[in-house]
Design a protein around this ligand. Structure first.
Ligand code: X8Z
Ligand code: ZN
Length: 621
């Protein structure tokens, strides 16, 4: 699932895995580079539309062949991290990087041709290379692939010994979620971050390599390359992301103010001073990216039944497989085909006891047809119940566009891919839980409990917004040289404070590399997609609820069982990336613009509540 093979194009072609990792290879033989160049020049002297057509067809054959091989190798590596599987992954990653660089360069031959829109779109995709492009010089692809494999493995194998026990991320995260002892929280939070400093040097080297590769593709740096993947000029994308963030920022500011005041009640002025950023270890999540685990500390006054999915699943004796079955049923209730038997045979659902795996959840389509799988160390809690829906969203999307040519086997943009399953999760309402037999009808919270429900949801969804935007602000600054390696960590905390209003529990050590303690940095997955997804999922949800004739508040709307919505959703999904994303968005929502107003509408009663609660408080940091 490394992204080295990720073919910007159709991104999925070489998607190897993952949260939707698409990759693409370059099989160019470096030894014959000079010869190839001469040949290209001859061909390039008079390329025709027919030449371009043949080039695209041949490239597709190469991509399909390598993608399948690469995904199998990556799958095995991610399921059994060993010296040998890392070697396999590195080898195929090298091939992928080579292929993608070669095809990007070859595609330039057709720059001056007046081509049909569809062919031009495919070539544009090829010319973007991969998200992690290797420069066209001997050894670069292999070095890059080796670094990426090692970073991924180092993160996944990371452990910290606490109370005499070597703990991995899952166990440490449980402590962060449930402990209310600031000293313990600090120890565990700092402990997990000890996995990262050994990665910094390799990370900095990787940045040098992919920046060089990006420049060869015609981009100023890798950040500009990433931003070029949204059917608009890179600068426009930066503005678009800022516009969306500014739409939702006022809501985050209110939530921050409220949560800080409530935590102050719990921990006192010394631990939570009211005029400062919040300590990052107190928010219930290892990266303070979603705060649902501290609901009990910040819940609104007044009694209201909590819809505790973890407890409901335990009562109903759900195991990990049942969680996936119930999630699948949501999709089939909307008219999607059930998952194939191979999904159940080949997926990884439970953390193995006897070997190292990449536990971070991901969804794969090995053959770009029906061999879909997830790989996840499922915990039997409400958070992972939603993550299972998230992953199946990837799988159902992958299947919906399986008939597309390899160039278009991808999300309309990467935010769409991350939004599908999350949109379904927004329909996990109390009434839905009754329908599937998890909740008793008599336990459905009355309308008077809406603030409580919305608070639970906001702690996850609203708190996530600034985190998801700062992640790639950091990477963009790393790629464009604003942060030298010696400034990586300070830059990270400057952005964490600026966007999220949080701070580390104590001064960080000189060698700290805190970005490396979050999967997507060593795992090399761009993150802006999750920010977009958090906007899009509410936009999709609103469109779906409108379609279904819903007249109640958005947060009580569930589209479970609605095949009309399912058909329309599928119509958008089956387009893959064949058209610019605004057209896909329009196919489902009727509008071409991403828009944060649905999220504001969803949380409207909570905004009123928070403003009232905060009216005598000094907000900000
Ligand atoms: O990485 C993921 C998914 C796989 S694509 C589990 N997510 C982000 C994260 O964990 O940081 C989902 C939400 C954000
Ligand atoms: Zn995902």
């Amino acid at each position: 699932m490394k992204k080295y093979l990720y073919l910007a194009v159709a991104a999925t072609a070489l998607v190897i895995a993952g949260c939707d990792k698409t990759q693409k290879p370059d099989t160019s033989d470096q030894g014959t580079g000079a010869q190839a160049q001469i040949e290209h020049e001859v061909v390039a002297s008079a390329p025709t539309v027919q030449d371009a057509k043949e080039f695209l067809e041949n490239s597709e054959t190469e991509i399909v062949e390598l993608t399948l091989r690469a995904k199998i190798a990556y799958w095995v590596n991610a399921n059994f991290i060993t010296y040998d599987t890392k070697a396999m992954a590195t080898k195929v990653g090298e091939e992928g990087a080579l292929l993608s660089t070669r095809l990007a360069n070859e595609a330039k031959r057709f720059n001056d041709l007046d081509l049909p829109a569809d062919m031009a779109r495919k070539l544009d995709g090829l010319k973007r290379g991969s998200n992690f492009p290797a420069p066209d010089k001997p050894g670069a692809a292999l070095e890059l692939s080796g670094i990426m494999t090692e970073l991924d493995a180092t993160y996944s194998e990371g452990k910290f010994t606490y109370n005499g026990k070597a703990m991995s991320l899952g166990a440490l995260s449980n402590i962060i979620a449930t402990s209310r002892d600031p000293k313990e929280l600090q120890t565990v939070w700092e402990g997990w971050r000890t996995v990262a400093p050994p990665m910094q040097k390799d990370y900095a080297r990787m940045v040098e390599i992919i920046n060089e590769g990006s420049r060869e593709l015609g981009y100023a740096d890798t950040g500009v390359l990433w931003k070029a993947g949204y059917d608009m000029p890179a600068d426009d994308f930066t503005k678009e992301a800022d516009r969306l963030w500014n739409q939702v920022k006022p809501l985050y500011d209110e939530l921050h103010c409220y949560v800080r005041a409530e935590l102050n009640q719990q921990y006192g002025d010394e631990v939570v001073p009211l005029d400062q950023p919040i300590r990052a270890d107190l928010l219930g999540n290892m990266w303070a990216q979603s705060w649902g685990n501290v609901y009990d500390l910040v819940k609104p006054a007044g009694e209201a039944p909590k819809v505790d999915i973890t407890a409901l699943m335990a009562k109903a004796d759900y195991d990990e497989i049942e969680m996936v079955k119930v999630s699948e049923k949501f999709f089939t209730s909307m008219g999607f085909e059930p998952l194939p038997d191979t999904f159940w045979e080949r997926s990884l659902f439970v953390k193995p006891k006897d070997r190292e795996v990449v536990c971070h959840a991901s969804a794969w389509n090995i053959d770009d047809q029906d061999d879909v799988r997830i790989k996840m160390c499922i915990k039997k809690d409400g958070e992972d119940f939603k993550t299972v829906h998230h992953e199946l969203g990837h799988n159902f999307y992958q299947r919906a566009y399986k008939h597309q040519p390899v160039y278009y086997k991808d999300g309309a943009n990467d935010g769409f891919h991350e939004a599908i399953g999350d949109m379904i999760s927004l329909s996990i309402t109390p009434d839905y839980l009754v329908q599937i037999g998890l909740l008793d009808e008599s336990d459905v919270p009355p309308a008077s409990a809406d603030i409580h429900l919305l608070m639970q949801q906001a702690l996850d969804k609203i708190a996530f917004l600034p985190f998801s935007i700062m992640m790639d602000q950091w990477r963009w600054n790393v790629f464009n040289g604003e942060y030298a390696p010696s400034e990586y960590n300070d830059g990270w905390w400057a952005l964490r404070t600026k966007y999220q209003g949080i701070r580390p529990p104590a001064e960080r050590p000189a060698n700290a590399f805190d970005p490396g303690a979050k999967f997507h940095i060593p795992g090399n997955t761009p993150y802006m997609r999750y920010f977009l997804a958090h906007i899009l999922q509410f936009q999709f949800h609103k469109a779906a609820c409108d379609m279904s004739g819903n007249t109640g508040p958005l947060h009580r709307c569930s589209i479970y069982g609605n095949t009309e919505v399912g058909t329309k959703f599928n119509n958008m999904m089956r387009m893959g990336s064949s058209k610019p994303w605004p057209e896909a968005l329009e196919a489902f929502t009727g509008t071409q613009k991403m828009d944060g107003s649905a999220i504001i509408e969803y949380f409207d009663p909570l905004i009123v509540y928070l403003k009232e609660e905060n009216k005598d408080r000094k907000c900000g940091w």
